[in-house]
Design a binder for this molecule. Structure first.
Ligand code: CAA
Ligand code: NAI
Length: 243
């Protein structure tokens, strides 16, 4: 049991990669807070995951909502050992067609949301003497991707924030790392035109998309004590799509 009795908040855990991570963390002994915007999916996810899961609705883009999430967890569980900043959205469009709304919606969730959640959780981790922060970047943030000006900007920024927080928080006993998934079988990629997805799949040396569990296993490693000396790192879990 690599996460025995650990309390983890996973944002965006009602679906996709976050849900797989919740499942994986619970298998390893953690109690997981499913922190998601989607109430129906969140309630269902917590039901499927059982006694070791609690759903708390949150909009990570909204500071007050994040304050409420963290207050609820501290009140009910007493501490937060692990935060996985996994919630994310796409609003894809070519640069020339991207609207202000599309640009800002993605920044609000994927970038400001990560800032909000981390800033609210950190005082509790510092008081407890340590913790683990895991941020979700993307292959798009590392190499760029057609149609993703907004999204790629946020996912590149995640890497910069991860390195900055590693420098600021290391001496407080807090490990900070990122995972950069490649194209992974979730609702997010289902919105892509099939021909673009097929092209992406064909250039992966492993010749397949990632599964949510592939990414969840990387989160698990970084959340475990096995990764105690891994710090400020971005772990690429992408089948070497852009090697
Ligand atoms: N590479 C090179 N050229 C591309 C391209 C690509 N991947 N995708 C589109 N183009 C080209 C088209 O061939 C077209 O060229 P011409 O003008 O010469 O004909 C031009 O770009 C415009 O393409 P569309 O006609 O498709 O334009 P559109 O406005 O209808 O749609 C789009 C543009 C919304 C970006 C659409 O192509 C799309 O959704 N693409 C997928 C974007 C994508 O990869 N998203 C990833 C989502 S999953 C995710 O984000 C997870 C993660 O972290 C990886
Ligand atoms: P998904 O769309 O399956 O799940 C995202 C979850 O986030 C949903 O449950 C949604 O309700 C929740 N969410 C959205 N906005 C929110 C908000 N404002 N507050 C709280 N929760 C919110 O997506 P997927 O694929 O599981 O993505 C998880 C993370 O992995 C995202 O950060 C994404 O950018 C990243 N990623 C995904 C890849 C993929 O190919 N699927 C590749 C690389 C990175």
């Amino acid at each position: 049991m690599r996460l025995n009795n650990k309390i983890a908040i996973i944002t965006g855990a009602a679906n996709g990669i976050g849900y797989a991570a919740a499942e994986r963390f619970i298998e390893e002994g953690a109690f997981v807070v499913i922190a998601d915007f989607n109430e129906d999916a969140g309630v269902l996810a917590a039901q499927h995951l059982g006694d070791q899961a609690l759903f708390v609705q949150v909009d990570v883009a909204d500071r007050e909502s994040v304050k409420n999430l963290v207050a609820t967890v501290i009140e009910q569980m007493g501490r937060v050992d692990i935060l996985v900043n996994n919630a994310g959205i796409t609003r894809d469009a070519m640069l020339t067609k991207m609207t202000e709304d599309q640009f800002h919606q993605v920044l609000d969730v994927n970038l400001t949301g990560v800032f909000h959640c981390t800033q609210e959780v950190i005082p509790h981790m510092v008081a407890a003497g340590g913790g683990k922060i895991i941020n979700t970047s993307s292959v798009s943030g590392v190499y760029g991707n057609v149609g993703q000006t907004n999204y790629a900007a946020t996912k590149a920024a995640i890497i910069g924030m991860t390195k900055t927080w590693a420098k600021e928080l290391g001496r407080k006993g807090i490990n900070v790392n990122a995972v950069a998934p490649g194209f992974t079988e979730t609702d997010m990629v289902k919105k892509m035109p099939e021909n673009v997805l097929a092209q992406m799949r064909s250039i992966v040396p492993l010749q397949r998309l990632g599964t949510p569990r592939d990414i969840a296993n990387a989160y698990l490693f970084l959340a475990s004590d096995e990764a105690s000396y891994v710090h400020g790192h971005t772990l690429h879990v992408d089948g070497a799509i852009m090697m």
